[in-house]
Design a protein around this ligand. Structure first.
Ligand code: H2U
Ligand code: ZN
Length: 345
């Protein structure tokens, strides 16, 4: 165990057992003079309904389709889907030309999920019952898409805020479902499978138990979920939402656990907003077992929140030169970030 990994610890590397990658931590750089500066950014006032928003009820989308007058949530096929259910054929011959130039057709579906008809509210501002509706939609979509014969993985995610490339402030997320297990998920799949075979236990169950004992990276907790700044976090205020029970997917959650997830998501996103007094941008998403019809006993449901902000609403962390070319690096330790997050209500 690491009893003293505080802001004063020396330069060190940390291992991410889920991806099997390393990150560099340089806590001494936190002593630089600009530390602690927080500029509040005035919240832009948004109307509850925006006639120009393609996600608001009753409005027309790029496809010329009109959104229904929905009251809770809305799911539709993305009008600019990156994946299509019918793949254009790539001939076997073209594929075999060289082992250096390999391509495969890929099939899939992309959907957009509106979390609420209200244009002006974020996940953090929605009532918990409404977030619970969103959880139910995610479950439904995971099941509905997962049973399709050409879908073997369902990625549920949200890009929030302009900084993360969200096209519209209306609360919404996306679902991309495809034939092959994507790169990041594949890494976690391999790591979890190997850990189960080698240690005889679930990687994330073990990690959860360690975090509950150590406590210093815990941000939030309820009866169903634990939120930590993971030991191996790369983004300054990154968090990992862990199901307390070993369960492979959203579809396996009990009713009470769906409520617990809605509660933890509300509290977590509220705390993000309070950290720098801004509607906090992030990309978040769930990682769950592939939908290939196989058993995946090693898979443990979790969500990652990757927020870009570093010191204030306006100062973001860039993953640039060294990160792009060598490995991720951070100054603030995961423990210091968790302590700051715990201080927020
Ligand atoms: P993002 O804000 O995370 O980009 O998600 C919005 C999605 O909505 C985006 O993928 C789609 C875009 O393709 N979209 C439609 O499906 N219909 C539209 O009328 C505009 C945007
Ligand atoms: Zn809207």
């Amino acid at each position: 165990m690491h009893p003293n990994l505080t802001a004063t610890a020396g330069v060190h590397r940390r291992y991410n057992p889920l991806t099997r990658e390393w990150i560099l931590v340089s806590p001494h750089r936190m002593e630089r003079p600009w530390l602690g500066q927080v500029e509040a950014v005035p919240a832009e006032a948004r109307p509850a309904y925006d006639p120009d928003c393609y996600l608001c009820p009753g409005n027309v989308r790029a496809s010329s389709e009109r959104n229904p007058d929905y009251q809770e949530t809305l799911v539709f096929d993305n009008d600019f889907s990156a994946l299509l259910p019918r793949a254009e054929g790539v001939s076997q011959a073209a594929r075999m030309q060289s082992t250096l130039l390999v391509h495969h057709p890929e099939r899939g579906l992309c959907r957009v999920v509106c979390f609420s008809p209200r244009h002006d509210l974020s996940l953090a501002e929605l009532p918990q019952e409404q977030i619970r509706q969103v959880v139910d939609v995610w479950v439904q979509q995971y099941v509905e898409l997962g049973v399709l014969p050409f879908i073997n993985y369902v990625q549920v995610f949200e890009n929030k805020g302009e900084m993360m490339g969200a096209s519209n402030p209306h609360p919404h997320g996306q679902i991309w479902a495809n034939e092959t297990v994507p790169t990041e998920v594949r890494k976690e799949d391999t790591a979890q499978n190997d850990y189960l075979h080698e240690a005889g236990r679930c990687l994330l169950c073990e990690y959860l138990a360690l975090e509950l004992i150590e406590g210093q990276r815990v941000v939030l907790e309820n009866e169903g979920f634990l939120v930590v700044v993971p030991f191996w976090a790369t983004w300054p205020f990154e968090t990992l939402v862990l199901s307390k029970r070993h369960t492979p997917s959203l579809a396996h959650l009990y009713d009470s656990e769906r409520d617990a997830l809605a509660d933890i998501l509300k509290r977590l996103t509220m705390r993000y907003d309070n950290l720098f007094q801004v509607s906090f941008p992030y990309s978040m998403g769930f990682h769950q077992q592939p939908t290939d019809g196989q058993r995946h006993p090693a898979w443990h449901l979790h969500a990652h929140f990757y927020p870009p902000l570093l010191r204030s609403a306006a100062v973001r962390k860039f993953m640039v030169g060294y990160e792009m070319l060598a490995q991720p690096q951070r100054d603030l330790t995961a423990e210091a970030a968790a302590a700051r997050r715990r201080g927020q209500e």
